[in-house]
Design a protein around this ligand. Sequence first.
Ligand SMILES: Cc1ncc(C[n+]2csc(CCOP(=O)(O)OP(=O)(O)O)c2C)c(N)n1
Ligand code: SF4
Length: 290
Amino acid sequence: MTTATVRRRVSDYKSDVKPIWCPGCGNYAVLSALYRALADLNIPPEKVAIASGIGCSGRFPAFVRAYGFHGVHGRALPLATGIKLGNPELTVFAVGGDGDAFSIGGGHILHAARRNVDVTYIVMDNRIYGLTKGQPSPTSAQDMRTKASPYGTMESPMNPVATLLSYYATFVARGVSTDPRMIAELIKRAVQHPGFSFIHVVSPCVSFNDLYDMIKRRQTPIPPDHDVTDHDAAMDLTLDREHLYVGVFYQDDRPGYVEMLRRKFEPYISPDYTARTVIERFCVTPPNEG
Ligand SMILES: Cc1ncc(C[n+]2csc(CCOP(=O)(O)OP(=O)(O)O)c2C)c(N)n1
Ligand code: SF4
């Protein structure tokens, strides 16, 4: 007897908690894109986990019917890594803002990237601290005046895509909140990618840093002839200051961390192992004592 395949819909991923973001916040586009991507990929809600830090964007897990962990500021990636290694059968996301990602959480990105852990990290970059009412972040434009920088900031903004490329993250993409369909496509590709995937979403904060005009003026699709395996070409695109390129910059399909664990420990275990058995047996006890 064959079991009928369940086709999931967007509504299957909506939790009972309604988002409380300001009307017009770019985060709504990312949330609707995630619902759409999960429905298209037909992943059961109980096989999805989302970890976040603190910020307006950090509230994300509450709005999705899936496992969620709203952690402390800047620690979305360590949480997501732990969740993935604890249960490799889950599709795991880390989500957060530019402050959470690149200020307090900045040290974790390098290690998630070089570990190539099988997590999709979505950063909603509004170039400001939204939750705490508008202080400059690492991606804020130079000379930006805020309540915390009344004479204008002096620091130059960091470039998230260039940073992730320089860490050799194996999937690096950018979307904009004005195009949720495209974000959904990027999320689907990121989830299907083996290893660590990073999606930079330029996501306006209508209360403290409205980026809609800037997106309209500067967004440019990555040219269709761009070779996503060409790291130098990806770097050239992101260093172009005139255009805000959107699409997939770079992809390298080398095995992710869970697969590398499996290969490393395969000789020590029975043929009917799963990624989970490997982790349960070998992440605590070294092989020669097991
Ligand atoms: C350890 C710690 N330091 C500082 C804060 C205060 N704080 C809360 S959210 C936040 C930054 C929010 O900005 P971002 O991560 O860009 O998210 P957004 O609210 O813009 O989505 C800060 C500094 C905190 N909660 N915990
Ligand atoms: S303050 Fe900004 S980031 Fe926070 S919910 Fe409002 S628009 Fe969104």
